[in-house]
Design a protein around this ligand. Sequence first.
Ligand SMILES: CC(C)(COP(=O)(O)OP(=O)(O)OC[C@H]1O[C@@H](n2cnc3c(N)ncnc32)[C@H](O)[C@@H]1OP(=O)(O)O)[C@@H](O)C(=O)NCCC(=O)NCCS
Length: 193
Amino acid sequence: MTPEAVSAVLEGPCRLDIAGYRLAPLGDADIDDLYAHFGDPRVTEFLDIEPIEARFQTWDVIDWAEGVRGAGSGVRWSIRDGEGAFVGTCGFHRLTYLQARRGEVGYDLGPAHWGRGVLSRILPAVLAFGHDLLDLHRIEALVTPGNERSCRLLQRHGFEREGVLKGHGWWRGRYWDQVLFARLRDETQQARP
Ligand SMILES: CC(C)(COP(=O)(O)OP(=O)(O)OC[C@H]1O[C@@H](n2cnc3c(N)ncnc32)[C@H](O)[C@@H]1OP(=O)(O)O)[C@@H](O)C(=O)NCCC(=O)NCCS
């Protein structure tokens, strides 16, 4: 698959219906739900952002999501249940096709939805979207040490813990280690140029 073909996927409607949940690219209509979601310190505890304090700051999240999609470097979806209620977000970013076919997956659910298997039901189709439609050979996830729920989730879905990236990120005024997880596509059937 060419990078142009991948861009065409991202430029399309890019919506997924999975196990009773609807995933759609983040946009202006999500502003109030995102404000409440990323204003909750339980959601941001292990993320590289501060809890949102004012509604206008939520536009940065939407601008970021629209920016990565427009640049062909990712997509961030809202996750809504069958009644349209906001559940969380997930998606891909840092898509890299120069001498590689890899990208990073990310996700966050509202705390009311933790421990109920929501993401475990969604993730297989999201990963298939990454491997098949975005043509990713390698899907990575970076996890802040201590985020055991996220580590368990990744390991249940075929990610291997590859090691710790020391001082990999800087946010909230300090450097942070990140645990690197990755999941490779089975390419035994395919030859790549
Ligand atoms: C990371 C995060 C998405 C994990 O959420 P989660 O609820 O543990 O993950 P799932 O939706 O897959 O649910 C799996 C859990 O539900 C339980 N569960 C209950 N019913 C289930 C079902 N029908 N199917 C599968 N699992 C079920 C599982 O036992 C599992 O719990 P366990 O890990 O304690 O065994 C969530 O903690 C979160 O959004 N945190 C804040 C943002 C964040 O840190 N994001 C990750 C950044 S790397």
